[in-house]
Design a protein around this ligand. Structure first.
Ligand code: G
Ligand code: G
Ligand code: MN
Ligand code: NA
Length: 254
């Protein structure tokens, strides 16, 4: 309850920040884009992890307004990086299923795109597999609308929910993000390795790109490369960093 009250205040004052974690091609390590990750900035500057407040934001519905702020902020950042001439690739934003079920969602997104002038193909919207599976038919309709607007779409945290192959075929997404729990165990657990290989093979057969999350070691990256994974993100490359750090890196000649 105390947290809800604090969060409500944070929402009205926009006390959030977007951090960015780079994504890379598995074959040569080149930068392909960033995932935007929200942080709640308290008055004393302390940052609160989304793991601690997103669940509350979803329960209370505050996620709708927080998500709107976040998408607007990322679009603002993209126009800024374009103006500065940085090569930043595509930027992905996490969308909670609770936002998708808001009847105004598509209109809100269109309004932000119209206001900021961002090209939707510079953006990727990440939606977790578990949210998509709550109402797969409705999810498919919304995904189709977003894709029609030109956004790239991905299924986040893939492999831990229960989507049948059939649903995967029907979800109009471009990218599958393998949940980091499989990546964590890929060198030590044969089952995790088998699951990751199967997701990659199946995803490719369905014309999807595969991104591995939570890559922390060179060994994991080598294993993912031999399994044919397309892209990777994780502490091996970079932690989520504030936009100033992205800019410092982008200014350097590659
Ligand atoms: O960045 P971090 O590791 O703390 O993220 C924790 C969780 O919060 C992840 O599951 C991530 O997907 C989620 N998350 C981060 N930013 C956002 C956001 O802007 N919106 C939503 N809905 N979830 C987010
Ligand atoms: O659920 P989602 O994938 O959107 O959230 C990404 C979360 O994973 C963020 O909280 C981010 O900080 C975290 N993360 C990113 N890279 C790594 C990593 O290499 N290892 C671990 N353990 N967590 C990571
Ligand atoms: Mn994500
Ligand atoms: Na994820």
């Amino acid at each position: 309850v105390a947290l809800t009250k604090l969060l409500r205040k944070a929402v009205s004052r926009h006390q959030f920040r977007a951090y960015y974690q780079s994504k890379h091609a598995v074959d040569d390590g080149r930068l392909t884009g960033y995932e935007a990750l929200i942080r709640w900035q308290l008055d004393d500057g302390v940052l609160v992890s989304p793991a601690q407040f997103i669940p509350v934001a979803e329960e209370t519905g505050l996620i709708v307004e927080i998500g709107r702020w976040m998408l607007g902020e990322v679009c603002r950042q993209i126009t800024e990086w374009r103006r500065l001439g940085y090569a930043f690739g595509r930027v992905s934003v996490n969308i909670s299923g609770r936002q998708l079920t808001d009847p105004e969602f598509v209109t809100t997104v269109a309004e932000i795109i119209g206001r900021t002038g961002v090209d939707p193909s510079d953006l990727e919207l990440e939606i977790t597999e578990s949210w998509l599976m709550v109402d797969p038919e409705r999810s498919t309709e919304i995904l189709q609308a977003l894709r029609g607007m030109g956004f790239k779409l991905s299924i986040d945290d893939f492999g831990i929910a229960y989507s049948s192959m059939n649903y995967l075929k029907h979800f109009p997404v471009d990218i599958i993000k393998v949940d980091r729990s499989f990546v964590r165990d890929i060198l030590t657990d044969r089952d995790s390795q088998a699951i990751v290989s199967a997701i990659i093979a199946m995803g490719h057969n369905l014309g999807r790109e595969i991104v591995a999350e939570g890559v922390e070691t060179r060994g994991q990256l080598d294993m993912l490369r031999s399994a044919g994974c397309d892209e990777a993100q994780g502490y091996l490359f970079s932690r989520p960093v504030p936009p100033e750090d992205v800019e410092r890196a982008r200014r350097m000649p590659l």
